[in-house]
Design a protein. Structure first.
Length: 328
Protein backbone atom coordinates (compact mmCIF):
# COMPACT_ATOMS: atom_id res chain seq x y z
CA UNK A 1 0.00 0.00 0.00
CA UNK A 2 1.25 3.49 -0.79
CA UNK A 3 1.89 5.86 2.11
CA UNK A 4 0.75 8.82 0.01
CA UNK A 5 -1.03 11.38 2.17
CA UNK A 6 -3.49 12.64 3.13
CA UNK A 7 -5.43 9.61 4.27
CA UNK A 8 -9.20 9.77 4.77
CA UNK A 9 -10.64 8.10 7.87
CA UNK A 10 -14.30 7.66 8.77
CA UNK A 11 -16.39 6.35 11.65
CA UNK A 12 -19.84 5.54 10.28
CA UNK A 13 -22.59 4.66 12.73
CA UNK A 14 -26.33 4.36 12.57
CA UNK A 15 -26.89 8.10 13.11
CA UNK A 16 -23.73 10.01 12.24
CA UNK A 17 -20.73 9.64 9.94
CA UNK A 18 -17.54 11.25 11.23
CA UNK A 19 -14.78 12.08 8.74
CA UNK A 20 -11.23 13.30 9.17
CA UNK A 21 -7.84 13.33 7.49
CA UNK A 22 -4.37 12.17 8.50
CA UNK A 23 -1.37 14.02 7.07
CA UNK A 24 1.53 11.75 8.16
CA UNK A 25 2.36 8.52 9.97
CA UNK A 26 1.44 8.84 13.64
CA UNK A 27 -0.20 12.24 13.12
CA UNK A 28 -3.43 13.19 14.86
CA UNK A 29 -6.66 13.13 12.89
CA UNK A 30 -7.47 16.61 11.60
CA UNK A 31 -10.34 18.50 9.97
CA UNK A 32 -13.01 16.36 11.62
CA UNK A 33 -16.59 16.87 10.49
CA UNK A 34 -19.78 15.05 11.45
CA UNK A 35 -22.45 14.40 8.81
CA UNK A 36 -25.89 12.83 9.37
CA UNK A 37 -26.12 9.41 7.76
CA UNK A 38 -29.78 9.87 6.82
CA UNK A 39 -28.94 12.99 4.79
CA UNK A 40 -26.76 11.06 2.32
CA UNK A 41 -27.46 8.20 -0.07
CA UNK A 42 -24.30 6.32 0.84
CA UNK A 43 -20.65 6.70 1.86
CA UNK A 44 -19.49 8.00 -1.53
CA UNK A 45 -22.06 10.80 -1.37
CA UNK A 46 -21.06 11.65 2.21
CA UNK A 47 -17.34 11.64 1.34
CA UNK A 48 -17.94 14.04 -1.56
CA UNK A 49 -19.84 16.36 0.78
CA UNK A 50 -17.00 16.21 3.31
CA UNK A 51 -14.29 16.88 0.71
CA UNK A 52 -16.29 19.71 -0.89
CA UNK A 53 -16.30 21.57 2.43
CA UNK A 54 -12.49 21.54 2.70
CA UNK A 55 -10.42 24.52 1.48
CA UNK A 56 -9.66 24.43 -2.22
CA UNK A 57 -6.23 23.27 -3.38
CA UNK A 58 -5.86 20.43 -0.90
CA UNK A 59 -4.80 17.08 -2.31
CA UNK A 60 -7.51 14.46 -2.67
CA UNK A 61 -7.03 11.36 -0.49
CA UNK A 62 -5.84 8.19 -2.23
CA UNK A 63 -6.19 5.88 0.78
CA UNK A 64 -9.11 5.59 3.17
CA UNK A 65 -10.34 3.49 6.08
CA UNK A 66 -14.04 3.26 6.92
CA UNK A 67 -15.10 2.01 10.36
CA UNK A 68 -18.66 0.75 9.88
CA UNK A 69 -21.38 -0.17 12.37
CA UNK A 70 -22.11 -3.61 10.93
CA UNK A 71 -20.68 -7.07 10.44
CA UNK A 72 -18.49 -7.33 7.34
CA UNK A 73 -18.47 -10.30 5.00
CA UNK A 74 -17.66 -9.90 1.32
CA UNK A 75 -18.09 -6.93 -0.96
CA UNK A 76 -21.65 -5.94 -0.06
CA UNK A 77 -21.96 -3.83 3.10
CA UNK A 78 -25.23 -2.99 4.84
CA UNK A 79 -25.35 -0.90 8.01
CA UNK A 80 -27.21 -2.60 10.87
CA UNK A 81 -29.10 0.47 12.09
CA UNK A 82 -29.19 2.69 8.98
CA UNK A 83 -30.27 2.47 5.34
CA UNK A 84 -26.85 2.53 3.67
CA UNK A 85 -26.17 -0.48 1.45
CA UNK A 86 -23.19 -0.35 -0.88
CA UNK A 87 -20.43 -2.22 -2.69
CA UNK A 88 -16.97 -1.81 -1.25
CA UNK A 89 -15.29 -2.17 -4.68
CA UNK A 90 -17.71 0.20 -6.42
CA UNK A 91 -17.26 2.83 -3.70
CA UNK A 92 -13.47 2.60 -3.98
CA UNK A 93 -13.68 3.06 -7.74
CA UNK A 94 -16.21 5.89 -7.50
CA UNK A 95 -14.00 7.83 -5.09
CA UNK A 96 -10.79 7.15 -7.04
CA UNK A 97 -9.08 5.50 -4.08
CA UNK A 98 -5.99 3.38 -4.41
CA UNK A 99 -6.83 1.69 -1.11
CA UNK A 100 -10.12 1.41 0.75
CA UNK A 101 -9.96 -0.48 4.03
CA UNK A 102 -13.32 -1.37 5.58
CA UNK A 103 -13.49 -2.57 9.16
CA UNK A 104 -16.11 -3.02 11.83
CA UNK A 105 -16.58 0.14 13.89
CA UNK A 106 -15.56 -1.59 17.08
CA UNK A 107 -12.54 -3.10 15.40
CA UNK A 108 -11.53 0.54 14.91
CA UNK A 109 -12.53 1.41 18.48
CA UNK A 110 -10.36 -1.44 19.72
CA UNK A 111 -7.40 -0.30 17.62
CA UNK A 112 -7.79 3.19 19.09
CA UNK A 113 -7.14 1.94 22.63
CA UNK A 114 -3.32 1.84 22.33
CA UNK A 115 -3.37 5.43 21.04
CA UNK A 116 -5.55 6.93 23.78
CA UNK A 117 -4.01 9.60 26.00
CA UNK A 118 -4.78 10.14 29.68
CA UNK A 119 -6.88 13.22 28.85
CA UNK A 120 -9.16 11.07 26.68
CA UNK A 121 -10.07 8.72 29.54
CA UNK A 122 -11.75 8.77 32.93
CA UNK A 123 -10.87 5.78 35.10
CA UNK A 124 -12.55 3.99 37.96
CA UNK A 125 -9.77 3.52 40.48
CA UNK A 126 -6.49 2.20 39.11
CA UNK A 127 -5.47 3.24 35.60
CA UNK A 128 -4.65 0.85 32.78
CA UNK A 129 -1.01 0.43 31.81
CA UNK A 130 0.43 2.71 29.12
CA UNK A 131 0.57 1.07 25.66
CA UNK A 132 4.36 0.84 25.73
CA UNK A 133 4.22 -1.07 29.01
CA UNK A 134 1.69 -3.67 27.87
CA UNK A 135 3.15 -7.17 27.58
CA UNK A 136 2.77 -9.21 24.40
CA UNK A 137 -0.42 -11.28 24.62
CA UNK A 138 -2.31 -8.74 26.74
CA UNK A 139 -5.91 -8.16 25.67
CA UNK A 140 -7.94 -4.97 26.04
CA UNK A 141 -11.67 -4.74 25.35
CA UNK A 142 -14.08 -1.95 24.44
CA UNK A 143 -17.87 -1.80 24.58
CA UNK A 144 -19.90 1.12 23.35
CA UNK A 145 -23.57 1.95 23.82
CA UNK A 146 -24.38 4.36 20.99
CA UNK A 147 -27.18 3.91 18.49
CA UNK A 148 -26.43 0.18 18.88
CA UNK A 149 -24.06 -1.67 21.21
CA UNK A 150 -20.60 -2.42 19.89
CA UNK A 151 -18.03 -4.81 21.31
CA UNK A 152 -14.41 -5.31 20.30
CA UNK A 153 -11.00 -6.31 21.56
CA UNK A 154 -7.35 -5.83 20.74
CA UNK A 155 -4.33 -7.97 21.63
CA UNK A 156 -0.71 -6.89 21.85
CA UNK A 157 1.44 -8.79 19.36
CA UNK A 158 5.15 -8.29 18.60
CA UNK A 159 5.42 -4.93 16.85
CA UNK A 160 1.69 -4.46 16.28
CA UNK A 161 -1.83 -4.61 17.70
CA UNK A 162 -4.33 -7.17 16.39
CA UNK A 163 -8.02 -6.32 16.54
CA UNK A 164 -10.60 -8.89 17.62
CA UNK A 165 -13.83 -7.82 15.88
CA UNK A 166 -17.18 -9.34 16.74
CA UNK A 167 -20.88 -8.71 17.26
CA UNK A 168 -21.03 -9.22 21.02
CA UNK A 169 -23.78 -6.64 21.41
CA UNK A 170 -26.19 -9.18 19.93
CA UNK A 171 -25.41 -11.80 22.57
CA UNK A 172 -28.35 -12.72 24.80
CA UNK A 173 -28.65 -10.44 27.83
CA UNK A 174 -28.74 -12.14 31.23
CA UNK A 175 -30.58 -10.90 34.36
CA UNK A 176 -28.87 -10.65 37.74
CA UNK A 177 -31.92 -10.51 40.06
CA UNK A 178 -35.69 -10.96 40.12
CA UNK A 179 -36.44 -7.40 39.00
CA UNK A 180 -34.19 -7.75 35.96
CA UNK A 181 -35.76 -11.13 35.19
CA UNK A 182 -39.17 -9.47 35.19
CA UNK A 183 -37.90 -6.66 32.95
CA UNK A 184 -36.43 -9.13 30.47
CA UNK A 185 -39.65 -11.15 30.56
CA UNK A 186 -41.56 -8.01 29.68
CA UNK A 187 -39.16 -7.18 26.84
CA UNK A 188 -39.64 -10.68 25.43
CA UNK A 189 -43.27 -9.80 24.83
CA UNK A 190 -41.93 -7.43 22.15
CA UNK A 191 -38.91 -9.39 20.94
CA UNK A 192 -38.34 -13.14 20.84
CA UNK A 193 -34.61 -12.57 21.40
CA UNK A 194 -33.56 -9.94 23.92
CA UNK A 195 -29.94 -9.16 23.17
CA UNK A 196 -27.80 -6.73 25.11
CA UNK A 197 -28.31 -4.19 22.30
CA UNK A 198 -32.11 -4.47 22.65
CA UNK A 199 -31.87 -2.73 26.03
CA UNK A 200 -28.38 -1.22 26.42
CA UNK A 201 -28.21 1.20 23.48
CA UNK A 202 -29.83 4.25 21.96
CA UNK A 203 -32.41 2.11 20.19
CA UNK A 204 -32.74 -0.01 23.31
CA UNK A 205 -33.37 2.57 26.05
CA UNK A 206 -37.03 3.12 25.02
CA UNK A 207 -37.56 -0.67 25.11
CA UNK A 208 -35.92 -0.85 28.54
CA UNK A 209 -38.00 2.07 29.80
CA UNK A 210 -41.27 0.52 28.65
CA UNK A 211 -40.36 -2.76 30.32
CA UNK A 212 -39.34 -1.02 33.56
CA UNK A 213 -42.61 0.92 33.60
CA UNK A 214 -44.65 -2.24 33.14
CA UNK A 215 -42.84 -4.06 35.94
CA UNK A 216 -43.27 -1.02 38.23
CA UNK A 217 -46.99 -1.02 37.47
CA UNK A 218 -46.84 2.28 35.61
CA UNK A 219 -48.30 3.12 32.22
CA UNK A 220 -45.47 3.17 29.64
CA UNK A 221 -44.97 6.47 27.83
CA UNK A 222 -43.70 6.76 24.23
CA UNK A 223 -40.41 8.42 25.20
CA UNK A 224 -37.29 8.87 23.08
CA UNK A 225 -33.81 8.06 24.36
CA UNK A 226 -33.13 11.79 24.76
CA UNK A 227 -36.28 12.26 26.86
CA UNK A 228 -35.49 9.24 29.04
CA UNK A 229 -31.98 10.55 29.77
CA UNK A 230 -33.21 14.09 30.45
CA UNK A 231 -36.04 13.01 32.78
CA UNK A 232 -33.93 10.39 34.49
CA UNK A 233 -31.10 12.78 35.28
CA UNK A 234 -33.54 15.41 36.55
CA UNK A 235 -35.23 12.79 38.78
CA UNK A 236 -38.50 14.07 37.32
CA UNK A 237 -39.70 10.56 36.54
CA UNK A 238 -39.25 7.54 38.84
CA UNK A 239 -39.54 5.23 35.83
CA UNK A 240 -36.83 7.08 33.85
CA UNK A 241 -34.57 7.30 36.91
CA UNK A 242 -34.94 3.55 37.52
CA UNK A 243 -34.30 2.94 33.82
CA UNK A 244 -30.98 4.80 33.92
CA UNK A 245 -29.90 3.03 37.10
CA UNK A 246 -30.78 -0.34 35.57
CA UNK A 247 -29.00 0.58 32.34
CA UNK A 248 -25.77 1.30 34.25
CA UNK A 249 -26.00 -1.84 36.37
CA UNK A 250 -26.78 -4.17 33.47
CA UNK A 251 -24.06 -2.57 31.36
CA UNK A 252 -21.63 -3.35 34.18
CA UNK A 253 -22.71 -6.99 34.23
CA UNK A 254 -22.40 -7.20 30.45
CA UNK A 255 -18.95 -5.56 30.53
CA UNK A 256 -17.85 -8.13 33.10
CA UNK A 257 -19.01 -10.90 30.77
CA UNK A 258 -16.91 -9.40 27.96
CA UNK A 259 -13.89 -9.20 30.25
CA UNK A 260 -14.26 -12.86 31.21
CA UNK A 261 -14.82 -13.97 27.62
CA UNK A 262 -11.79 -12.15 26.21
CA UNK A 263 -9.58 -12.36 29.28
CA UNK A 264 -9.03 -8.62 28.93
CA UNK A 265 -6.59 -8.04 31.78
CA UNK A 266 -5.41 -4.86 30.04
CA UNK A 267 -8.72 -3.19 30.75
CA UNK A 268 -12.30 -2.73 29.59
CA UNK A 269 -13.06 0.65 28.04
CA UNK A 270 -16.50 2.21 27.57
CA UNK A 271 -17.12 4.10 24.34
CA UNK A 272 -20.26 5.23 22.56
CA UNK A 273 -22.29 8.39 22.95
CA UNK A 274 -24.74 7.52 25.74
CA UNK A 275 -22.58 7.04 28.84
CA UNK A 276 -20.79 10.43 28.64
CA UNK A 277 -24.22 12.09 28.78
CA UNK A 278 -24.96 10.43 32.12
CA UNK A 279 -22.09 12.26 33.84
CA UNK A 280 -21.65 11.66 37.55
CA UNK A 281 -24.72 9.45 37.73
CA UNK A 282 -22.80 6.77 35.86
CA UNK A 283 -19.81 6.94 38.19
CA UNK A 284 -22.13 6.76 41.21
CA UNK A 285 -24.00 3.79 39.72
CA UNK A 286 -23.63 0.04 40.26
CA UNK A 287 -21.63 -0.33 37.04
CA UNK A 288 -18.33 -1.27 38.69
CA UNK A 289 -19.84 -3.43 41.44
CA UNK A 290 -21.83 -5.36 38.85
CA UNK A 291 -18.73 -5.62 36.65
CA UNK A 292 -16.99 -7.47 39.47
CA UNK A 293 -20.00 -9.51 40.70
CA UNK A 294 -19.00 -12.80 39.06
CA UNK A 295 -18.91 -15.19 42.03
CA UNK A 296 -15.71 -17.21 42.14
CA UNK A 297 -14.11 -14.88 39.58
CA UNK A 298 -14.76 -11.65 41.46
CA UNK A 299 -11.07 -11.30 42.33
CA UNK A 300 -10.17 -11.79 38.65
CA UNK A 301 -12.51 -8.93 37.66
CA UNK A 302 -11.38 -6.75 40.55
CA UNK A 303 -7.90 -6.64 39.01
CA UNK A 304 -9.13 -5.42 35.60
CA UNK A 305 -9.22 -1.63 35.17
CA UNK A 306 -12.24 0.04 33.60
CA UNK A 307 -12.34 3.49 32.01
CA UNK A 308 -14.73 5.74 30.12
CA UNK A 309 -13.48 7.03 26.77
CA UNK A 310 -14.39 10.70 26.92
CA UNK A 311 -13.30 11.40 23.33
CA UNK A 312 -16.17 10.44 21.01
CA UNK A 313 -13.85 10.65 17.97
CA UNK A 314 -11.46 7.91 19.14
CA UNK A 315 -12.53 5.44 16.44
CA UNK A 316 -11.04 7.74 13.79
CA UNK A 317 -7.62 7.22 15.37
CA UNK A 318 -8.29 3.49 15.30
CA UNK A 319 -9.04 3.65 11.57
CA UNK A 320 -5.73 5.49 11.10
CA UNK A 321 -3.97 2.78 13.13
CA UNK A 322 -5.43 0.14 10.82
CA UNK A 323 -4.10 1.98 7.75
CA UNK A 324 -0.68 2.37 9.36
CA UNK A 325 -0.45 -1.36 10.05
CA UNK A 326 -1.47 -2.24 6.51
CA UNK A 327 1.23 0.13 5.27
CA UNK A 328 3.87 -1.30 7.62
Amino acid sequence: MSAEFPWLVADIGGTNARFGTVSALGAAVEDVRVLPVAAHAGPADAVRAYLAARPSGLAAPRSAAFALATALDGDRIELTNAAWSFSRAATQQELGLQTLLCLNDFEAQALSLPRLRADQLRHWGASAAAPGEVAVGTVMAVIGPGTGLGVGGVVRAPGRWIALPGEGGHATLAPADDFESAVLGQARREFAHVSAERLLSGIGLPVLCRAVAAVMGERPEPLSTEQIVMRGLADGSPVCARTLDLFCAMLGGFAGNVALTLGSRGGVFIGGGIVPRLGERFFASEFRSRFEAKGRFQSFLAGIPTALITDTLAALAGAAQALEQVDA
